[in-house]
Write a protein that binds this ligand. Structure first.
Ligand code: SF4
Length: 153
């Protein structure tokens, strides 16, 4: 059975910047959870950041991950991404289900670096690294597409 790497906040763990979660309620999520498919990870906490922590965005000019005061958190984000990749490789995981819009886990969209809730097309640091190493990455809005892919393997 294919395992799925999942953002820990989607899995219900209180790891977000505001120390809350965003537990998924979908039937498909519950089924896969009951089947024991999920391997949860929060790359930002794996990289050493606490919860709560300052919300960060990717500065499109510098490529750095910063908070609204310009403090650079890029090293922690990079380290967390590497740990997520190592976990995926350890479990031979080919699929990930990650939280849209996060600077780590965003799949199709991220915030634009202005801290004004504006979104742009783009991926988070962990998503990019996982994709670069061959994983297929889906967001919480792509469950049907992920199911179609899993049905074929
Ligand atoms: S880094 Fe990923 S798993 Fe952690 S809180 Fe942000 S979106 Fe959720």
């Amino acid at each position: 059975m294919e395992k799925i790497l999942i953002s820990a906040c989607l899995y219900g763990e209180k790891v977000r910047y505001d120390a809350d979660h965003c537990l998924m309620k979908d039937d498909l999520f519950q089924r896969w959870k009951d089947e024991g498919r999920f391997i949860p990870i929060c790359p930002e906490m794996a990289g050493g950041l606490p919860a709560p922590r300052p919300p960060c965005e990717c500065d499109p000019k510098s490529g750095k991950i910063v908070d609204k005061d310009g403090m650079d958190y890029s090293d922690a984000f990079k380290s967390g991404a590497q740990i997520a990749l190592a976990l995926a490789q350890e479990h031979k995981i080919r699929f990930a289900l990650l939280k849209e819009r996060s600077p780590s886990c965003g799949v199709h969209m991220i915030y634009d670096g202005t801290f004004t809730s504006q979104k742009i097309a783009g991926s988070g640091l962990t998503t990019k690294l996982l994709k670069d190493h061959g994983l297929q990455v889906f967001s919480e809005f792509d469950l049907d597409r992920l199911k179609s892919v899993l049905d074929m393997v």
